[in-house]
Ligand binder design. Structure first.
Ligand code: HEM
Ligand code: HEM
Length: 194
């Protein structure tokens, strides 16, 4: 008997999902290390630059990903899944997309408004500008403090939402109703990408 074919996300969505997941895990690791590990000042500076470089890359990929998502249909969830659960999955994905913008934008806004005025050089190669109107503010400190709060607490909230996302994906994979292969390049036949 042939295996039932599954509908899956298209190749662009899959590659973006996993490339961004790797980048975001790195960002969380580097972000926590640069803030909380007792490292030499020079190493902390390098980690901040690395964090900002990966973060800007994630922002650019998020723009591409959202544009792709809005113009390409996602594979529908199985009809056997309760309607409420399908709605919750959709809401969860919208929330994840929101974080993919709020976090890098708040990080960039913080770096731009910080009175320390430290430049961002992507991977030691390309100068990335500050957001001009924030960099030009007369009294930057309170603005920077607000963006720092959004970025730091936003990152912790994102970690919690990610844990729920990964837990839900694994739970459905074990149940067998929504296989992980919906978000992989192989493991079943593609039926729908548009
Ligand atoms: C930083 C890490 C991650 C982020 C930001 C993320 C984000 C997302 C987003 C936004 C979607 C919805 C895709 C869309 O509709 O366009 C999604 C789907 C999915 N993610 Fe993740 N994800 C991450 C990590 C993971 C991990 C580690 C797993 C594996 C357990 C996973 C498994 C899945 C699966 C299976 C789907 C498809 C859900 C479905 O079939 O409808 N994700 N992810
Ligand atoms: C999805 C993207 C991002 C994630 C998940 C992320 C995550 C984090 C985390 C976990 C921390 C440590 C928070 C703490 O424990 O205090 C942090 C701090 C920081 N991030 Fe990001 N970040 C992202 C993007 C960016 C971007 C694009 C920039 C700047 C261009 C940036 C700049 C900073 C700065 C300056 C800090 C230090 C804030 C402080 O001193 O408290 N981040 N980030």
């Amino acid at each position: 008997m042939s295996k039932p074919s599954i509908e899956r996300y298209d190749a662009v969505a899959v590659v973006l999902h996993w490339a961004m997941a790797i980048g975001i895990f790195a960002l969380i690791g580097v972000g926590l290390a640069m803030k909380h590990a007792d490292l030499p000042k020079m190493r902390v500076f390098q980690l901040f630059q690395l964090h900002k470089s990966i973060g800007v890359l994630i922002l650019l990929l998020a723009v591409l990903r959202l544009a792709w998502r809005l113009t390409h249909r996602a594979p529908p969830l199985p009809e056997t899944m309760p309607a409420l659960e399908r709605k919750a999955a959709h809401a969860g994905h919208v929330l994840l997309y929101l974080f993919l913008f709020v976090l890098p934008l708040s990080g960039w806004a913080y770096a731009s408004s910080s009175p320390l005025n430290i430049p961002t050089v992507l991977f030691g190669l390309v100068h990335w500008p500050h957001i001009p109107f924030l960099a030009d503010l007369a009294d930057k400190a309170p603005v920077a403090a607000a963006f720092k709060l959004v970025h730091d607490y936003g990152a912790y909230a994102f970690i919690a939402v990610l844990a729920i996302h990964i837990g839900a994906a694994l739970r459905h994979a074990f149940k067998g109703d929504v296989p992980l292969s919906r978000m992989s390049l192989s493991g079943g036949r593609q039926e729908s990408s548009k």
